[in-house]
Design a binder for this molecule. Structure first.
Ligand code: DAH
Length: 338
């Protein structure tokens, strides 16, 4: 009987040595120590052993059981730690593997230029006003001293919604809207989209303008010159020359077009400035008293100036872009350059 237990020990040891996995050890545990296991069966049959042999055999049986338990627990521990380290290894993160590149977007060049220009005027104390893009003929034309059938309306290639409603052709439409709601002093800029039925290298049917105007007592042409010169120097650099050229707009009197020395050739003449050394950048003038009348202001009391510029035009000059159609096209090869 003692030999019997001894050979069980040997058998377990041999099998445990041959075990290849945690599962093998757990199977051995079931086979020897489980409810229906070999050793459990021996313990149960202790009653059938002759009484005088029972104590000795019993204690031997217990000892054998403890031995097997200890042996299999130890083996189990070894397999468990091997499996743990395997699974840790498989989860290891290789920090040297190159990451996935997520491309970054950025602001559209028009937004950048617009933000820069708005920032300059805000620093001069101007406030921002907005008006509707679908606008009454009244604010777009009539109130700005363009009577119906006035030839100056032809310059604007208007999209009509109805006889009285248009897509605004310029942000000058915000002038009278703002004057109606406020009393001077006014220092306002109105950036936004405008629409004209026109398309070629220098024209697109939807583009951006920024209107500016200042109304108070005793505002003079020299104030206009000072503000615009400062603005131009900030955007294009202090070395840029500025020139006022007489022009005509129904809502300003006198009116001027403002040129800057060519940003490409610095004034010596190139094909961007068509050999003139100058580039047109703004329309401006002293607000026509007729506009104050339309807004309900006393034209004898107030004076002021207004100016308007195309944002795409400023961006083209600033970045040296020769085709305005690139802006709305959304070609990444173009946009990525900014
Ligand atoms: N609204 C004019 C245009 O779109 C630009 C302009 C010219 C605005 C003279 C002004 C101005 O305020 O005084 O062509």
């Amino acid at each position: 009987m003692h030999n019997d237990l001894h050979s069980i020990k040997e058998a377990v040891r041999e099998e445990a040595d041959k075990a290849l996995s945690l599962q093998d050890i757990q199977d051995l545990k079931v086979r020897y120590l489980g409810k229906k296991g070999l050793l459990t069966a021996k313990l149960k049959s202790l009653g059938s052993i002759p009484r005088e042999q029972r104590p000795e055999y019993g204690s031997l049986l217990n000892e054998t059981k403890k031995y097997i338990e200890a042996l299999l627990d130890k083996q189990e521990g070894i397999f468990k730690s091997v499996e743990l380290s395997k699974s840790l290894q498989s989860q290891q993160i290789d920090v040297t593997v190159p990451g996935c590149f997520t491309p970054w977007g950025h602001l559209h060049p028009i937004t950048k230029v617009l933000d820069e220009i708005v920032g300059i005027f805000i620093s001069l104390g101007f406030t921002v006003e907005e008006g509707p893009e679908v606008e009454l003929d009244f604010y777009n034309f009539e109130a700005l001293n363009f009577p119906k059938d006035h030839p100056a309306r032809d310059m604007q290639d208007t999209f009509f919604i109805s006889d009285d409603v248009v897509l605004r052709t310029h942000t000058s439409s915000v002038q009278v809207r703002t004057m109606e709601k406020n009393t001077p002093p006014l220092r306002v800029i109105a950036p936004g989209k405008v629409y004209r039925c026109d398309a070629d290298v220098t024209h697109i049917p939807m583009f951006h303008q920024l209107e500016g105007f200042m109304v108070d007592k005793h505002i003079r042409m020299s104030d206009l010159k000072g503000v615009l010169q400062l603005f131009i120097h900030r955007v294009f650099g202090r070395e840029t020359s500025v020139r006022f050229r007489p022009s005509f707009f129904p809502f300003t009197e006198p009116s001027a077009e403002i040129d800057i020395s060519c940003v490409i050739c610095k004034g010596s003449g190139c094909n961007v400035c068509k050999g003139t050394g100058w580039l047109e950048i703004l329309g401006a003038g002293m607000i026509n008293p007729r506009v104050y009348e339309m807004a309900g202001y006393n034209p004898d009391l107030y004076t002021g100036f207004a100016f308007g510029m195309g944002i795409e035009r400023v961006a083209m000059l600033k970045y040296g872009i020769d085709d305005i159609r690139l802006f709305p096209e959304n070609d990444k090869r173009f946009l990525e350059q900014f």
